[in-house]
Ligand binder design. Structure first.
Ligand SMILES: Nc1nc2c(c(=O)[nH]1)N[C@H]1C(S)=C(S)[C@@H](COP(=O)(O)OP(=O)(O)OC[C@H]3O[C@@H](n4cnc5c(=O)[nH]c(N)nc54)[C@H](O)[C@@H]3O)O[C@H]1N2
Ligand SMILES: Nc1nc2c(c(=O)[nH]1)N[C@H]1C(S)=C(S)[C@@H](COP(=O)(O)OP(=O)(O)OC[C@H]3O[C@@H](n4cnc5c(=O)[nH]c(N)nc54)[C@H](O)[C@@H]3O)O[C@H]1N2
Ligand code: SF4
Ligand SMILES: [Mo]
Length: 744
């Protein structure tokens, strides 16, 4: 098979902004269905055109405020992924070592028996659930209710752990609730846009389109990234930070703001706590003191900080280069602090705009589908527990007071304390760090895998496989990064015997004897139950209904009552989500009424740094054309054609020094393992740094010898507050491979 890995991206990125409609070139649609995209958390509005029930065309919704008619290349083609021949159609059960097709009855009976026995033998803590940022809000709500309120397990987590957990932690510490304060309009109005550890040109193309439009009108774009990404290339000022040095650089930005008096004294005094501690903590971090450490000249550091501080309106975007780097949660708080000390929050054009990665990560955080407690509540607060117990008709004592994350669960598997793991809409056999270890752990547990495709890597370890309906085949709601709630409508039937995740959760609840509390006739009824529980919480959806979403298109929460039109940006009233009995945290200063908390950071060093044995930094991340572990995008020929192989990016100077040719296959070795990849020689990588996209897994039909999972190389170091793994910082070396004909 010919493998391509290099021909992008500038052209595609430019084209994407022009693209408005994909057309199969055949019949004209007789029906248009409104929905939103199922990939990234930007949440673009999509119209799907059907002719006699078949998709014939797809376009961006002109009237949708996120994308105004535009879509990126993944958005256009995603419907094609639904029609793959590898869609899972039947339940399967492992018999004599092989997964064989069985009826739903047999599969559910096997699960019922296994869960029943596990609960009886070892109690709810022996059962774990791991899900995703890609289900509907209704599905998360039902899963969280089943897990916490009826099974009573504290083991519930999602791939958000790898993605948003540092952001969540920082947001809760700063504002009392896990929610992004700003909105996309802030990008259209900002005079300075700070993009810290994110590559929106490829990851959030429709927001990038808006950023570029604003830049053309004079906004100053500062990009902090150790790679010269498409985003960095377009910056007015690119700061190519040394990997892992976010905290000293951000401390230095803050030091400059304090020292130059670019602080909004009134805002800080009236609406925040803790600024003096921050001022003292950053005092030492003058640009001159940190320049060598962070690899950026002092005058550039000063220029970035002063531009931010002097700009009448400034908005920042920060993502995985922060959350998956050293001190992710603390560094995120430092970025929020830039806004808090300058009062650049809650005003048009000014916000710390934390994006969410997956299409409905936000829904999971709202509805309590993973680590958070339903309605952004505090699972230790008796008042919050009481509200939930009353709504669910349960004894409050069953509700766990804390949650165990996926790493706790995997450790519990090793110790024989967790017997059953139910994996829904995630592919941990590719996406978790240090895969060799993860594979052993997954092998040791009774594993239920619920996915829309078979084969997929995690299913290799499954004891039971349940086929699910996907995006486009079910109805529910998604919330995007600016709290915009929309309906995702189904436009085609699920293949074979696949059922929606909601139906599967309901069926299992019934089997376990909880049918009465899980008997909704459709997702709208679930939404109506959920919205009552959201009342008076930050994510109040009391005034949202399916009908209202259909007529208005989308609504940003909070939207407390029927006559409310939604809330464009949070904190315009300078009231934060802290305060007695309101915050998601118990800590004392969260009881200070409605004040935001300014939080200094602990300056820590990366776990491992390049050395004689492993001389390169290893950075991992994503590409425009693919999504996560590629289960969808590799099944869309138009996308897979563009990039069908992983690669390692290496700087031309390093390539010359090591005599590595363009396209040469090399072994990339880390202390955890090795993979073999072709070289992409490019100045996107700085000298001494290797970048590998993490999209490529182990399963690639017909090409068994390929094993391209970047996570075979990464380590499990995690943030001390959020337990988010430091996926951006490992070390590696390059070795020639023995077989020179490999892949020629
Ligand atoms: N095409 C596409 N789009 C996607 C996704 C996808 O898979 N494909 N996934 C979605 C999801 S779930 C997510 S979470 C987002 C992620 O979106 P982003 O966070 O924007 O993307 P990443 O490539 O993971 O990482 C961003 C940048 O962090 C930089 N970085 C690495 N280490 C450091 C460091 O120490 N400091 C700083 N300042 N920067 C560093 C990397 O060089 C990289 O360019 O994208 C979303 N959008
Ligand atoms: N080294 C490295 N590792 C990383 C990252 C990195 O930057 N570097 N980024 C991390 C981040 S930010 C993220 S978000 C994670 C993502 O990690 P994962 O969530 O594990 O990745 P996905 O490929 O999105 O897995 C989703 C699975 O759900 C299935 N699916 C899709 N829709 C549905 C549905 O409606 N129902 C069901 N039941 N199944 C469905 C898909 O087929 C797929 O198998 O990866 C993380 N891992
Ligand atoms: S930018 Fe994100 S939400 Fe919009 S079409 Fe592309 S993948 Fe979908
Ligand atoms: Mo993510």
């Amino acid at each position: 098979m010919e493998r391509s890995f290099g021909k992008m991206s500038e052209n595609i990125i430019t084209d994407v902004a022009q693209n408005r409609q994909w057309d199969a070139g055949g019949e004209k649609p007789d029906v248009w269905v409104n929905t939103v995209c199922g990939f990234c958390g930007s949440g673009c509005g999509i119209e799907v055109g059907l002719h006699q029930g078949q998709v014939v065309t797809l376009r961006g919704r002109e009237d949708y405020p996120v994308n105004m008619g535009h879509l990126c290349i993944k958005g256009f083609y995603q419907w094609k992924a639904l029609n793959s021949v590898e869609r899972a159609r039947n339940p399967m059960l492992r018999k004599d070592g092989r997964l064989v097709v069985v009826s739903w009855e047999e599969a559910l009976a096997a699960i019922e028996k296994e869960i029943g026995e596990t609960l009886l033998k070892a109690g709810p803590s022996s059962l774990g659930i791991y899900n995703t940022g890609q289900l509907t809000l209704e599905e998360y709500y039902v899963l969280g209710k089943l897990a916490r309120g009826f099974i009573g397990t504290a083991n519930i987590d999602a791939s958000l752990r790898l993605c948003m957990s540092s952001a969540s932690h920082a947001l809760i510490r700063a504002f009392g609730a896990d929610t992004a304060p700003g909105c996309y309009e802030d990008l259209d109005l900002a005079d300075c846009i700070l993009i810290f550890g994110s590559n929106p040109a490829e990851m959030f193309p429709q927001l990038w389109r808006r950023i570029r439009a604003r830049q053309k009108k004079g906004a100053y774009l500062v990009v902090v990234d150790p790679r010269k990404t498409a985003t960095a290339r377009a910056a007015n000022l690119h700061l190519p930070i040394k990997p892992g040095q976010n905290i000293p650089l951000l401390n230095s930005f803050l030091q400059v703001l304090f020292q130059k008096g670019l602080v909004d004294g009134n805002f800080v005094a009236e609406y925040t706590t803790g600024w003096e501690k921050l001022r003292d903590a950053v005092e030492e971090y003058t640009p001159e003191k940190v320049e060598d450490r962070v690899g950026i000249a002092a005058n550039k550091i000063r220029e970035a900080a002063v531009t931010f501080g002097e700009a009448p309106r400034a908005t920042s975007i920060f993502m995985q280069g922060v959350f998956q780097s050293v001190g992710g949660a603390d560094a995120a708080n430092l970025i929020i602090n830039l806004h808090l000390i300058t009062g650049k929050i809650g005003r048009p054009g000014s916000s710390p705009l934390v994006l969410t990665g997956q299409a409905n990560s936000m829904g999971c955080r709202e509805a309590g589908g993973a680590a958070s407690f339903v309605g952004m509540r505090n699972s230790l607060n008796p008042l919050h527990r009481g509200e939930v117990a009353l709504a669910w008709g349960i004894n409050e004592a069953i509700l766990p007071q804390y949650t165990n994350n996926i790493f706790h669960m995997l450790e519990k598997i090793e110790r024989g304390e967790l017997q059953l793991l139910w994996n829904i809409a995630s592919n941990p056999a590719v996406s978790l760090p240090n895969l060799a270890k993860v594979h052993q752990q997954l092998d040791k547990v009774f594993l239920i895998v619920q996915d829309i495709y078979y084969p997929m890597e995690t299913a290799q370890f499954a004891d039971v496989f349940l086929p699910a309906a996907g995006w486009g085949e079910k109805l529910g709601t998604f919330t995007n990064s600016e709290r915009r709630v929309s309906l995702v409508e189904g436009f085609q039937a699920a293949p074979g015997e696949a059922k929606t995740d909601l139906e599967i959760f309901q069926l299992l609840a019934k089997r376990l004897g909880f049918g009465k509390s899980f008997g909704w006739s459709d997702s709208e009824k679930v939404f109506d139950e959920w919205k009552r529980l959201s009342a008076n919480r930050p994510c109040d959806m009391g005034g949202i209904s399916y009908n209202k979403l259909r007529s208005k298109g989308s609504i940003q929460w909070p939207c407390p009552d029927h006559n409310h039109g939604g809330t464009r940006r949070l904190f315009s009233d300078k009231k934060f989500f802290t305060g007695p009995n309101y915050s998601q945290l118990n800590e004392e200063d969260h009881n200070k009424l409605n004040k935001a908390r300014i939080q200094p950071a602990k300056d820590i060093l990366p776990l491992e740094t390049p050395n004689e044995q492993y001389p390169f930094w290893l950075n991992t991340g994503r590409l425009l054309e693919h999504y996560h572990t590629r289960t969808k995008t590799k099944r869309v020929p138009e996308l897979n054609r563009l990039i069908s192989s992983a690669f390692f990016e290496i700087n031309p100077l390093d390539a010359v020094r090591l005599a590595i040719r363009k396209g040469q296959w090399m072994k990339v070795v880390s202390p955890r393992g090795s993979i073999v990849l072709p070289a992409k020689v490019t100045d996107t990588a700085f000298p001494g740094q290797i970048f590998i996209p993490f999209h490529f897994g182990d399963l690639d039909p017909g090409e068994d010898r390929f094993n391209q999972a970047a996570n075979r190389l990464t380590h499990e170091e995690r943030d001390e507050h959020s337990s988010q793994p430091v996926l951006k910082l490992s070390v590696c070396r390059l070795e020639e491979i023995d077989d020179p004909t490999f892949c020629n």
